[in-house]
Ligand binder design. Structure first.
Ligand code: BGC
Length: 263
């Protein structure tokens, strides 16, 4: 399975509604190997500094360069002992709004259904509250949490905020659908996320869970938590802008499903 992205990160150099403006990094200056009179904007959100999830002083963290990354091991470090983004400059140093120095692990679920008569593929998408973009449901993997458990928890929070009476049915379907044997690993690695910095970045493990239209009909969807909307959206050529690297994940899923479903 391919785990690297083969383009120069874009969103990691772009704007984020909660961030100050970044130092400009043109495409040809992204690589750490290219000389550049570079003065990144130092920014770590106050709430992150106060949360103490990670030590604010990287020098106090043992084996910081050995943190789990699907991209690099050991991690390369900068002159201040902070991990260096493996995809290059972002125009910002510090941790921004990310909790951990270096890789911050997330997991995403692409839940699909195929309507044969219409030759149409749909997926469950949420609208993110922070950037207002459509995305696939997912979230951070808590320390010592298993990825499948993260996927169930996040899917339930963002897409299954249903009435108490509907909860049991929702969980039953999710427990059956979200299993390693039923899932296809689509991607594991760096995400071109607008929150990334030179010293902290998102990585994700992405699974596709494909279900029959009958099971899909039983799944009541209601947005909650970081999501303002949830719905089954048609995956066709008009689907262009999705959060971070989610469009790449969906494209990989389509290639996979085309083989599996022969459509
Ligand atoms: C989001 C995921 C996303 C990941 C990396 C997480 O916070 O919930 O959907 O893939 O960040 O961008």
């Amino acid at each position: 399975m391919e785990s690297k992205i083969n383009f120069v990160h874009q969103r990691a150099r772009g704007a984020h509604p909660g961030y100050p403006s970044r130092f400009n990094v043109p495409d040809d200056k992204v690589s750490w190997n290219t000389e550049y009179n570079y003065k990144p904007v130092e920014y770590t959100r106050k709430l992150i500094l106060l949360s103490l999830k990670d030590n604010n002083d990287p020098a106090k963290i043992k084996d910081l360069d050995k943190r789990l990354s699907y991209e690099q091991s050991p991690l390369k470090m900068d002159g201040f002992g902070r991990p260096l983004n493996p995809y290059g400059r972002t125009g910002m140093s510090g941790r921004g709004n990310l909790r951990y120095w270096g890789p911050n692990q997330a997991a995403d679920a692409i839940v699909t259904k195929y309507i044969k008569e219409k030759n149409q593929l749909y997926m469950v998408a949420i609208k993110r509250r922070d950037t207002g973009e459509w995305a696939i449901p997912g979230g951070k993997v808590e320390p010592s949490e298993n990825v499948i458990d993260t996927l169930k928890r996040e899917f339930e929070e963002e897409a299954g905020n249903v009435e108490k009476s509907e909860k049991k049915e929702f969980q039953k379907i999710i427990n059956e659908l979200f299993s390693i044997k039923n899932g296809n690993l689509i991607y594991q690695g760096y995400v071109d996320d607008p929150r990334n910095t030179d010293n902290a970045w998102m990585e994700s493990t992405v699974y596709n869970f494909h279900c029959s239209p009958e099971i899909a009909d039983l799944l009541t969807l209601k947005a909650g938590d970081d999501a303002s909307h949830v719905e089954w959206i048609l995956i066709d050529d008009s689907l262009k802008n999705l959060y971070a690297s989610h469009k790449m994940f969906v494209d990989k899923t389509i290639v996979n499903l085309k083989k599996l479903l022969a459509y």
